[in-house]
Design a protein around this ligand. Structure first.
Ligand SMILES: CCCCCCCCCCCCC/C=C/[C@@H](O)[C@H](CO[C@@H]1O[C@H](CO)[C@@H](O)[C@H](O)[C@H]1O)NC(=O)CCCCCCCCCCCCCCCCC
Length: 548
């Protein structure tokens, strides 16, 4: 971990203070999760359109076909952002919406281009900076069928063509570009566990291959921008890497410290180390190489960068986008070579959680604010204090939870953003923060069963109305104060936010469908959210059994 100090385990109290002037506050979304309009105006199919339509892949067999109807409602959504006084909005471009077959040479869908162009124009008119992700998981299906998607090196060139088209059409107005969102999930969930599109289970090798092509594709796009567009457009190109923090179970035990370091290198370092230092983390090369040998393979399952490739990928991040949600305790655990090929077994570690950590929504997401500051300081130490934008941070509740007074989210934001402030005071070079997400959306394999939005979306109503949760007011106050000015003020925020959410709750309850839902659950348990917690416990046990 560079000069990262593993023993400096600060879990200090709340810090009152503000962020540097000009700190950027935003919210995020992605195309497949919110746009809907899956087969409208000439859009081609993406791997998520096809995957979600296969029975048994998504919770309750839901799809993102209409989702929040963001394609039609972007003007309303920008009004919500204006009210929050946001400085930036992070969204993604659906590749098949503008290139239906994936290839520029075949057909450019001008209606798709127009949609993003209008969205960008309206954001700029509203003084909101667009932060554009080029790939948030929705590969054109044709490229999956013809070439095997990210398993195939040809994706590097196709992605570059798509990115180049985006620079050509939008680059006069967009100055912050993110090539890939969370390549860890693309690789591991798409090609190792198969829980995400394209749903492949090529254990122990497919994820490494996909990641290798993604890293090269990112670097190629960075070079394209650098050579062709930068001098005219003066923008920046980054990548958004999501990583949990890994804390040693016992910091005085060297094996635990090394296991935690491996956890982070197999998560963040897998992508960040090549892009900052030109090669995979030494520990990945060592562990995967050794295990591949023990499995009788002639070469490591981890691909190798040639010397030319190393210098080509090194230094290709103008800023690092960092997504962060949660933390694990980590300890050493040996997986015998007979266990079989597996990304998870390659790491030789076990993940643990503290049952006292709050866990309001998604099974994998525990609220552990201090891990955020430690991750940020690790990045500073390991990668030479790069410019960072936090591109995702947030928490969910279960679908059935219709309580708009989302105390758990206000608590999460209050504490995580405070840890971010402490990291900025530690000297970590963070320029902006993006709350995930603006709206409840399609949560990938979980369908609509988990809600990450600041705004509640009533998915049962075909107009998909949005209702503010209390956290909208709370986040708004953090933004207008640029942090946490004083104890007296901050302590009043939650109370004030809760005052407004009771009236939103009444509006929502007036919706006949939601009103009915609340009545039913209230007969069974005292409050809707108690049911949510019980359901999540049952679901968690089911998942654990399924995984064992
Ligand atoms: C041989 C040993 C086997 C060990 C197996 C361990 C398996 C662990 C699997 C851990 C999965 C963690 C997945 C987390 C992913 C997130 O980092 C990722 C973040 O991306 C962003 O997420 C937003 C919110 O979801 C999303 O809206 C946004 O678009 C996206 O950019 N999120 C995802 O990829 C979304 C899907 C996650 C679904 C994961 C379901 C796995 C459920 C397993 C839960 C059990 C874990 C309990 C931990 C207990 C540890 C002791």
């Amino acid at each position: 971990g560079g000069d990262f100090d593993w023993t400096k385990n600060e879990k200090t109290s709340f810090y009152y203070g503000t962020f540097p002037t000009g700190f950027s506050w935003g919210v995020g979304s992605s195309a497949y999760q919110t746009e809907g309009a899956w087969n409208t105006d000439g859009k081609g199919m993406s791997i998520w359109d096809v995957f979600a339509h296969k029975k048994g892949k998504i919770s309750s067999n839901e799809t993102g076909d209409s989702s929040c109807e963001g394609y039609y409602k972007f003007k309303d959504d920008i009004n919500l952002m204006k009210e929050m006084k946001l400085s930036h909005y992070r969204f993604s471009v659906s590749w098949p919406r503008i290139l239906p077959s994936g290839l520029r040479s075949e057909h450019v869908n001008e209606k798709g281009i127009r949609y993003y162009s209008d969205l960008i124009d309206l954001l700029l008119d509203s003084k909101i900076t667009p932060v554009v992700t080029l790939y948030h998981w929705d590969l054109p299906q044709v490229l999956q069928e013809k070439y095997g998607g990210w398993q195939n090196a040809s994706m590097v060139g196709y992605f570059n063509e798509f990115a180049n088209l985006c620079f050509e059409r939008f680059g006069n107005r967009v100055k912050l570009w993110i090539t890939f969102n969370n390549p860890w999930s693309i690789s591991v969930e798409g090609y190792e566990t198969g829980e995400h599109a394209p749903g492949l289970r090529t254990r122990g090798s497919g994820a490494y291959k996909a990641a290798h092509h993604i890293i090269k594709a990112h670097a190629k796009v960075w070079h394209t921008y650098d050579m062709k567009w930068r001098s005219k457009q003066k923008g920046l190109i980054g990548i958004s890497l999501t990583a949990d923090w890994g804390e040693p179970v016992d910091v005085s035990n060297q094996r635990d410290v090394e296991a935690a370091e491996r956890y982070i290198h197999f998560y963040l370092g897998w992508f960040a180390t090549p892009l900052f230092h030109g090669d995979y983390p030494a520990v990945m090369k060592e562990y995967i190489g050794r295990k591949s040998g023990q499995q009788g393979l002639g070469a490591s399952r981890l691909p190798v960068f040639s010397p030319q490739e190393k210098s080509y990928v090194r230094g290709t991040v103008d800023f690092l986008g960092l997504g962060h949600y949660t933390t694990r305790y980590v300890t050493q655990k040996n997986y015998p070579s007979g266990f079989g090929d597996s990304y998870f077994a390659d790491r030789d570690l076990a993940e643990l959680v503290d049952p006292k950590w709050p866990d309001p929504g998604s099974e994998w997401l525990y609220s552990v604010p201090w891990g955020f500051r430690r991750l940020l300081n690790f990045v500073k130490a390991q990668y030479g204090n790069p410019m960072i934008y936090v591109t995702e941070n947030g928490v969910s509740e279960k679908m059935l939870c219709t309580d708009l007074c989302d105390d758990w989210r206000m608590q999460y934001f209050r504490e995580y953003i405070n840890e971010l402030l402490k990291a900025v005071r530690d000297g970590v070079n963070v320029k902006g923060y993006t709350a995930w997400s603006l709206l409840d959306g399609f949560e990938w394999d979980e369908g609509f069963s988990e809600r990450f939005g600041l705004y509640f979306v009533d998915f049962r109503n075909k107009n998909k109305p949005r209702f503010p949760k209390a956290s909208v007011q709370f986040y708004k106050r953090i933004i207008s104060s640029n942090g946490f000015p004083s104890q007296r003020e901050v302590e009043s925020w939650k109370r004030k936010a809760v005052e407004t959410c009771s009236s939103s709750n009444q509006l929502l309850a007036a919706d006949p469908l939601i009103g009915h839902m609340e009545m039913v659950t209230e007969i069974v348990v005292p409050t809707v959210c108690t049911l949510c917690i019980l359901l999540s416990a049952v679901f968690f046990m089911f998942l654990l059994r399924r995984r064992l």
